[in-house]
Design a protein around this ligand. Structure first.
Ligand code: CA
Length: 532
C-alpha cells in the first residue's frame, strides 16, 4: 500500500512538473507545441496511389510521399508552416493486382507501382526523424487470388497433394456452407470438387487463421515490417476474420496484439470494425478501433453540425462512448474521424464556404484520442460514389495545384468541375482557408495535452442547440472545449453551468474568435475555444 501511495504521489508530482513546464498563452498565434510522448496523435490517412507522383507515371508512390513530408510535418511544430500531423496511415503498399491493393500478392514486398523497399525504409526513417508514427495497412482476412500461396494450394489439390501444408492456408470445403460465400476452387484427382471461402469477392480468398502455419506467417510479416521501420498497423475488416463471429475475432486480435507487443512494445494498432457501438466496444478488449458512429453523412458529427442533435448531446455521446470503451479496456484510446477511403468525402455534404467543414473538423479533432484525417479533407476535396457506384471517386488525386502529375485512380468518373474549394496551393495563401484552419486546429489540440488524453465530462447546455462543450480531465489538470456550431455569436456565463472556474482562454479555431472576461465566454459562430 505504502509503495502504491508513494508511486501515485510521484506520478502526481511528475504530472504537476510536466504541466507547470508547459507554456500557456492566451493568443492562439503563439501556441507552443508539446512533445508527443504516447500514441494520442493526429493521424493522416494516405491513399498511396492518389497522393503524390514522383516519377510521372500518374500513380502516387512512396517517393511522392517523401517529397511531401514538409507539407505534412516539417519537423518544426512551432513554425506553423506544415499541417502538423504526427501519424501517417498508408493504405496497402504490398504487390496487388487492384488499384486499391486490398488483395495482397506478396506480404514481403512493395508494389512496384509504389516504388521500392529502399523508398519505404527512407520514408520510415524520415517519419521517425520528424516524430511521425508511420503505420501500414495490413490485410489478413484474405489474400489476392494471384498470391503464390493460393496458386500453389490450387496445384496441390489438383495433383491430389492434399497434405501439402500450403493447401491448409485457405478455408476450403467440399461443399458450400450456408451463410458464407464460396467459389469453385479445384477438383482433386478422385473427382472431388473443392470450394474456397471468399466473402468479399472471388479475387479475395480467405485465409484459415486457425492454422498455426498461417499464424507463424503473420508473426513473420509483422516482424518484417516493424524491422523495416513501420510503427504499427491498421487492421482491415476485423469483423470478417472469422465471418462475423465477434468472440473469435477478439481472441484472434488479442493474440495478434500480444505477438506485436512482444516484438516491439511501442507498436501502434488500430482496427477497422464497421459495426454498431455495442459490437465495436467489445473489440477494445484486444485493440483500439475507429469510431465509425461519429463519421459519415449520417454520423454524430453530421447530426451535430446540421442541428439534428444539439452540442450537449454530442458531448454526452462522446463521454459515454469513452466510458464504455474504457470500461472494457482502461487503456482504450478514441479514434474519431469524419471520413475515410470507403466513404463519400465530407466536403460533399458539409459546405466549406459556410464554415460547416471547419466546425465539423473541430468536433472530432478536439474530441481526444487519435483523430484520423483523410488526405484532401483539409482542403475540402469532394468525391462521392455517385450513380457510377465506384469507390474510386472517393479516392481522387490530391489537388496540389502545382506540377504534381498524380492522376485519379482507374474507374474514377467524378466531374472535376465539382471541386470548388481550391487546391493546397490556393489555400495556403488564404488566411481563412480550410487548410490553414486545420493547421491552427491541430496546433490548438497539441498545445493542450488534456484534450488528447483526458477523461471527458460533458457539460449540460441543453437549452442551446448550437452551443455546448465538455471538460477534459487529465489526472486532475482540466481543460474545457466549447463549440459554437451555429452562425451567430454567443455570450455565455459559464459560472451558471459548471463549478469549474476558467481563468485562461487557451485558444480558438473556426470562422471567428473567442474571448473570456471573468466567466463570460464570447464565441463567434462556427468557432470552438479551449479554456483552462
Ligand atoms: Ca508514380
Amino acid at each position: 500500500m505504502k509503495n502504491q501511495f508513494i508511486s501515485s504521489l510521484l506520478f502526481t508530482l511528475a504530472v504537476l512538473v510536466f504541466f507547470s513546464g508547459c507554456e500557456y498563452r492566451v493568443s492562439d498565434k503563439n501556441l507552443k507545441h508539446i512533445e508527443v510522448t504516447d500514441n494520442n496523435r493526429t493521424f493522416y490517412e494516405i491513399f498511396v496511389g492518389a497522393f503524390s507522383d514522383s516519377n510521372k507515371d500518374g500513380t502516387g508512390d512512396l517517393r511522392g510521399i517523401i517529397n511531401r513530408l514538409d507539407y505534412l510535418n516539417n519537423g518544426k511544430p512551432d513554425s506553423g508552416k506544415s499541417l502538423g500531423i504526427e501519424g501517417i496511415w498508408l493504405t496497402p503498399i504490398m504487390p496487388s493486382p487492384s488499384y486499391h491493393k486490398y488483395d495482397v500478392i506478396d506480404y514481403y514486398r512493395i508494389d512496384s507501382k509504389f516504388g521500392t523497399m529502399a523508398d519505404f525504409e527512407e520514408l520510415a526513417a524520415q517519419c521517425n526523424k520528424r516524430g511521425i508514427k508511420l503505420i501500414i495497412d495490413l490485410v489478413l482476412n484474405h489474400t489476392s487470388s494471384q498470391n503464390q500461396w493460393f496458386l500453389d494450394a490450387k496445384s496441390s489439390v489438383k495433383q491430389g497433394n492434399l497434405d501439402d501444408p500450403i493447401v491448409k492456408y485457405y478455408v476450403l470445403e467440399t461443399e458450400r456452407i450456408s451463410g458464407r460465400t464460396w467459389y469453385e476452387f479445384e477438383k482433386s484427382p478422385d473427382g472431388r470438387q473443392y470450394y474456397y471461402e471468399g466473402n468479399f469477392s472471388p479475387q479475395m480468398p480467405e485465409l484459415d487463421l486457425d492454422n498455426p502455419d498461417v499464424r507463424r506467417e503473420i508473426i513473420n510479416i509483422v516482424k518484417f515490417w516493424l524491422d523495416k521501420g513501420a510503427g504499427g498497423f491498421r487492421l482491415d475488416a476485423v469483423s470478417y476474420i472469422y465471418f462475423k463471429e465477434d468472440f473469435r475475432n477478439i481472441q484472434f486480435l488479442k493474440w495478434f496484439n500480444d505477438e506485436c507487443v512482444k516484438i516491439n512494445n511501442d507498436v501502434y494498432i488500430v482496427a477497422e470494425n464497421w459495426s454498431g457501438v455495442m459490437s465495436v466496444q467489445n473489440y477494445y478488449e484486444a485493440v483500439n478501433c475507429f469510431d465509425f458512429v461519429m463519421s459519415g453523412a449520417s454520423g454524430d458529427i453530421y447530426n451535430t453540425v446540421t442541428g439534428i442533435s444539439n452540442v450537449t448531446e454530442f458531448a454526452q455521446r462522446l463521454a459515454l462512448y469513452q466510458k464504455q470503451v474504457m470500461t472494457i479496456n482502461p487503456h482504450a484510446v478514441l479514434h474519431p474521424f469524419i471520413t475515410n477511403h470507403d466513404m463519400d468525402r465530407a466536403a460533399g455534404f458539409l459546405p466549406v464556404s459556410d464554415y460547416i467543414m471547419h466546425i465539423a473538423a473541430n468536433l472530432y479533432i478536439l474530441s481526444g484520442g487519435s483523430p484520423f484525417i483523410y488526405y484532401g479533407e483539409e482542403i475540402g476535396m469532394k468525391g462521392s460514389r455517385g450513380s457510377a457506384n465506384t469507390d474510386a471517386n472517393r479516392r481522387l488525386a490530391m489537388l496540389w495545384g502545382d506540377n504534381d502529375t498524380v492522376k485519379d485512380p482507374e474507374g474514377a468518373s467524378y466531374d472535376s468541375a465539382n471541386q470548388t474549394n481550391g487546391t493546397v496551393k490556393s489555400q495556403l495563401s488564404k488566411n481563412d482557408s480550410l487548410l490553414n484552419h486545420y493547421k491552427k486546429l491541430i496546433r490548438l489540440r497539441n498545445a493542450n495535452p488534456e484534450i488528447a488524453r483526458g477523461i471527458i465530462e460533458p457539460l449540460n447546455f441543453s437549452q442551446y442547440t448550437t452551443f455546448g462543450g465538455f471538460i477534459s480531465d487529465y489526472n486532475g489538470s482540466k481543460a474545457a472545449v466549447f463549440h459554437n456550431t451555429g452562425a451567430n455569436e454567443v455570450n455565455i456565463d459559464l459560472s451558471l453551468y459548471t463549478d469549474v472556474n476558467f481563468f485562461v482562454l487557451r485558444g480558438f479555431a473556426g470562422a471567428g474568435s473567442a474571448s473570456l472576461v471573468k466567466n463570460i465566454l464570447t464565441l463567434s459562430g462556427y468557432t470552438s475555444a479551449v479554456l483552462k
